[in-house]
Design a protein around this ligand. Structure first.
Ligand code: ARG
Length: 258
């Protein structure tokens, strides 16, 4: 995770961002701290990367890379405003001992667009990560990558439209995907939890699950009810200040998978 010391809405690269929106860094930090506390209380280890001045979106650590089986691929951002985050996160991954960490060739926004479900990697495209990066990730990790087409600009990263719940199931907003991608999701996950626009509008799908506890936006009450009905334990947190940049729980979290 990356403390939001330099968080701001200094440019607009997604529909959630309005340049000039005042941001309360103190509040953002308290909300972010509560998320970190939640992970610690659930028994997870949390490591921190130093925030870099001038990189207001660096708090969204999920975009910094993809780590699977102790190997990592870094990020190459679609917008120049975030470009310098790529090397910053890659350095961290190398220093964390991931010797095989390498820079990607194609535009790749890390776990914003790549989500691991058991042995499978789901990959989003349409707004940020390029389809060429999907092939690159498949080659690098030797795992099956399933490409999914995002169609709603509000849900510009895969992790805003789909949440991984455990090794075999997901929750998603069907309308965020093209028709053919919806068919792919239906056949891969016949028992998926379907979210509605109200859940997605508060970035409720931008969640982190350990297979049982699902940490998600407190405002996503409908999704929380459905998760509970399916045997999961929703753990609500409020990241309203960080929503001004278009990110939530999952965006603030890069999972370092051993
Ligand atoms: N302002 C950031 C951007 O538009 C938000 C990134 C959110 N991260 C995520 N994993 N969805 O790039």
């Amino acid at each position: 995770m990356c403390r939001p010391d330099h968080f701001a809405v200094a440019y607009a690269i997604n529909p959630w961002m309005q340049v000039g929106t005042p941001v309360d860094v103190g509040l953002a930090t308290r909300q972010w701290e509560a998320l970190r506390r939640t992970y610690l209380d659930l028994g997870h280890e949390v490591e921190l990367i130093d925030p870099v001045p001038g990189l207001p979106d660096m708090v969204y650590a999920a975009n910094g890379g993809l780590v699977v089986g102790g190997r990592a691929i870094g990020a190459r951002f679609a917008y120049p405003e975030r470009a310098a985050e790529g090397p910053a996160y890659l350095d961290w991954l190398v220093q964390a001992g991931l010797e095989d960490a390498r820079e990607p060739e194609h535009v790749n926004e890390g776990e914003g667009d790549f989500l691991v479900v058991g042995g499978l990697i789901l990959a989003g495209t349409g707004f940020r990560t390029s389809p060429a990066a999907h092939a690159e990730v498949q080659r690098f990790f030797g795992r099956r990558v399933v490409s999914l087409q995002l169609v709603d600009p509000r849900f510009y990263h895969l992790d805003t439209a789909l949440a991984v719940l455990d090794d075999a199931n997901v929750a998603y907003l069907p309308e965020a995907f093209s028709l053919s991608s919806r068919q792919v999701l239906e056949s891969l996950f016949p028992d998926a939890i379907l979210a509605d626009d109200r859940d997605a509008e508060v970035l409720g799908l931008n969640a982190v699950s350990d297979g049982r506890h699902v940490v998600l936006a407190a405002a996503a009450t409908g999704l929380a009810t459905r998760l509970r009905a399916h045997g999961y334990v929703p753990v609500p947190v409020d990241l309203s200040e960080l929503l001004k940049g278009g990110g939530g729980v999952k965006c603030c979290t890069l999972e370092v998978r051993p």
